[in-house]
Design a protein. Structure first.
Length: 75
């Protein structure tokens, strides 16, 4: 997998604390960004699905209205 470099400027004190605590900040940032992308993709997919549901609801409503009109006209 190809990779790219992202630089982030943080306060020196924060970097020192991360090092003292033995936190692998490269991995933590990478995992955070991966999770952020996963959540954003899921959010956008939910929005698209809601749009499809609204469209299908309108179509079903129009079909039902058409059937009722046909039934009334046939009688």
């Amino acid at each position: 997998m190809a990779s790219a470099v992202i630089s982030v400027r943080v306060p020196r004190k924060l970097k020192e604390e991360l090092e003292i605590l033995g936190i692998n900040y490269s991995r933590a940032v990478r995992e955070f960004l991966e999770e952020l992308v996963r959540r954003e993709k899921a959010r956008r997919l939910r929005e698209r699905m809601e749009g499809f549901k609204r469209s299908v609801g309108r179509i079903e409503g129009e079909l039902a209205s058409g059937f009722v009109r046909e039934d009334r006209g046939a009688g």
